[in-house]
Design a protein around this ligand. Sequence first.
Ligand code: UDP
Ligand code: MG
Length: 336
Amino acid sequence: MNISSASPFGTPELSVIVPVFNEADNLEALVARLVPVLERVAASHEILFVDDGSSDNSMVKLRALHALDHRCRAVSFSRNFGKEIAIAAGLDHARGQAVVIIDADLQHPPEVIETFVARWREGYKNVYGTRIDRNADSPLRRMLTRRFYALFETFGETGLPNGAGDFRLLDRQAVEALKSMGERARFSKGLYAWIGFKSIGVPFEVAERHAGTTKFSYGKLTRFALDGLMSFSTLPLKIWTYIGLGVSVFSLAMAVYYVLQTIFHGIDVPGYASLIVSITFFAGVQMLSLGILGEYIGRIFAEVKRRPLYLVAERLEDEASVAPTDPTRPVARAPV
Ligand code: UDP
Ligand code: MG
């Protein structure tokens, strides 16, 4: 073991952030595969687990890992806040010159970090893993994911690199940029692309989950997709101006047509069918546009409440290595 890298003092060269939500059966295997890689590629490292309110014994495992090796640190949330927020907390607490984000389930092969670090040393500040395929996901999820990216491509105001996810390395400069973004509805994939910096993709093969099942239900994924689209596009809001304009022009033309018809052919039999169809159609259009307004207003409401992004219930770290507490950010990210 590299003694200098075991030092709890000073800042490590490389931090690895691992969001953890009920991953007790994966943690030891992950550390066993991570540590040799990290010792090979970095002068010193830390592995920072963010326990996202797990209800299994993930924390018991993390305490044991921390006792064995103090380079394993952990921050534990008071409840489940979601992976995006777990990553934000990881970025807040990581101290390394570069930060790697990796899933706990070994779907992201730790060995790829070696290439990430090589690219970082070449000067890249945003090194992202790109999935070669999505065969580890279910066919339905793959289809929906494709749809989402096509939608994002059309509506999103920020381009997303193909196949890029959370598995990546970020230079300290990029980490600070991400930390300065105080939004609550966090769509990390968009944020990583938005910050820019010298970026490069590293292809990798997604492995099968080591143990357990995916923590993302279709409901959660839908919420996530909506967050992504709404925080990176205002087109759904603006589009109603054009739809409204189109509908107005159309109804004006209809009015002219009916007036002329009445003048030249007299009053016709009242058109019940066309009336009821247009009433229900336009009621639907209005509901939809109100619903979209509501989605944005809901998000504005969430932002203006300025609640902390997350609450920490427990930390596993060496007292000596804890940076002096900033009074404005005692346990949670302060509103920006
Ligand atoms: N995760 C989390 N909070 C959640 C859901 C997931 O921290 O609410 C973590 C999970 O423990 C894992 C990573 O995010 O380390 C990816 O989750 P998962 O493997 O379930 O997602 P998938 O691979 O199916 O996209
Ligand atoms: Mg997974």
